[in-house]
Design a protein around this ligand. Structure first.
Ligand code: GLU
Length: 428
């Protein structure tokens, strides 16, 4: 029997785009532009390990589109990073920024590496040498990286410091905005760390408003308890939700009553994963379960907050939930999406659900440009109104075109991109 070839992640991204482009008859020349990244930068760079040996790493920076503003998007450190994945992630950044109406384009970077296998000293040398290899391909008005899976504020500080040192003494402060997601003392923004999780919760509140569901009565399942899933879980718990099942790369745990999320938060912070929590003094009602339980435990809301391609056709058939909020990028395969649609499961797509991160990145960049620091309240208010407005527009487009929420999100984004191309036209 012939094996069915799996779509690559970039093919998935193109397919999602084409579906929406069909709905509003986007001209072929724009389709060609938006289904190809503008620039693909691949670098191979040597770094000395703590034991004196040298290792060459491969890094990527894919610049998908900059018609709305400078390229923008995170840098991922993960063993599975490859060109196809980074191309898909870069395209999603273009549509994410366009959808939420911020003047930024789309890009993504990555290094094929398991960051957990390196000391802090090695990671620092890797980050600095990668930044050096990217050279003038990044810059505060050109292409602005940020954290993603496997990277954090510490690494963003190193990128900023390396870039500032290369920029020369007269420019070292002017280039602070070369990267976002920095620590507060290095020019980061209040609210950036939890921004993605906070944004997921705002989209969930919007969905509650649409459907009449009560936020404080919802039960939740979360895949991944890192920066995005962890903050989302904590904020949802504070809003009165009960988190019944959590899975990550170390294990899967379930609680009939709902977890003591502050205790789970501390546990994962100290141990690096959910494994062991159920047997600890804090996991009174928690039990270890098979990883499949994540996709079979009945909940109202399921939040994939890990990697792509997690909700497969098989899992889409067993998920017992009303809505999926895609906190991760690309967690649902196109085939799984059709099954969910047929089963009446609503999907709030990644480019909307997880846009809180890049929105607050934009705020950080604005603060760096103006050498001001906004209050936490200011950041949060602006994040809420930006996301609320984007959710409203998606609902309008859904009603107008009778399409899915993902298609509607792409339509809102595409209209913005196409409007600008129509006015500027294509050089030369
Ligand atoms: N990596 C995040 C994302 O996928 C944030 C990107 C940014 O802040 O530029 O949206």
């Amino acid at each position: 029997m012939d094996a069915v070839r799996q779509r690559s992640l970039h093919e998935t991204a193109v397919e999602q785009f084409q579906r929406a482009a069909e709905l509003i008859d986007v001209e072929d020349r724009y389709r060609q532009i938006l289904t190809h990244p503008k620039n693909e930068v691949i670098v191979n760079f040597p770094v000395q390990m703590d034991n004196g040996e040298w290792q060459v790493f491969r890094g990527y920076r894919i610049q998908h589109n900059n018609v709305l503003g400078p390229y923008k998007g995170g840098i991922r450190f993960h063993p599975d990073v490859d060109l196809d994945e980074v191309k898909a992630l870069a395209a999603w950044m273009t549509f994410k920024c366009a959808l939420v109406g911020i003047p930024l384009g789309g890009a993504k970077g990555g290094v094929t590496i398991d960051p957990n296998r390196h000391s802090q000293a090695e990671l620092q040398r890797i980050v600095r040498r990668f930044t050096h290899s990217l050279g003038s391909n990044i810059g505060p008005d050109h292409d602005i990286p940020a954290p993603d899976v496997g990277t954090n504020s510490r690494m963003m500080d190193w990128i900023m410091d390396t870039f500032a040192n290369l920029a020369g003494p007269a420019n070292r402060h002017a280039v602070k905005g070369v990267v976002t997601g920095k620590s507060l003392v290095c020019g980061g923004s209040l609210g950036r760390e939890e921004a993605t999780g906070q944004g997921v919760l705002y989209s969930l509140r919007h969905w509650c408003g649409e459907t009449g569901a009560r936020l404080d009565e919802l039960t939740i399942g979360i895949q991944g308890f890192g920066n995005v899933g962890g903050h989302f879980g904590r904020l949802a718990y504070e809003a009165g939700c009960r988190v019944l099942v959590v899975g990550d790369h170390t294990g899967t745990i379930r609680s009939e009553k709902g977890f003591d999320i502050p205790a789970l938060w501390d546990w994962v912070g100290a141990k690096g994963g959910v494994a062991g929590f159920a047997d600890s003094e804090f996991g009174i009602d928690a039990e270890d379960v098979d990883s499949n339980a994540l996709f079979t435990t009945p909940v109202d809301v399921f939040v994939p907050a890990a990697l792509e391609n997690q909700i497969t056709s098989a899992r889409a058939g067993t998920l017992e939930c009303r809505v999926i909020l895609e906190a991760a990028n690309g967690p649902t395969t196109p085939d799984a999406e059709l099954i969910l649609e047929a089963r009446g499961v609503d999907v709030v797509p990644d480019i909307l659900a997880n846009a809180g991160g890049v929105i607050v990145s934009y705020f950080e960049w604005l603060q760096n440009k103006s050498a001001r620091a906004w209050t936490a309240e200011d950041v949060d208010n602006r994040l809420r109104t930006t996301l609320w407005d984007a959710n409203d527009q998606v609902v309008c487009a859904m009603k107008e075109l009778g399409c899915s929420r993902r298609e509607a999100a792409y339509v809102v984004a595409l209209r913005r991109l196409v409007d600008v191309y129509d006015r500027r036209d294509i050089f030369p």
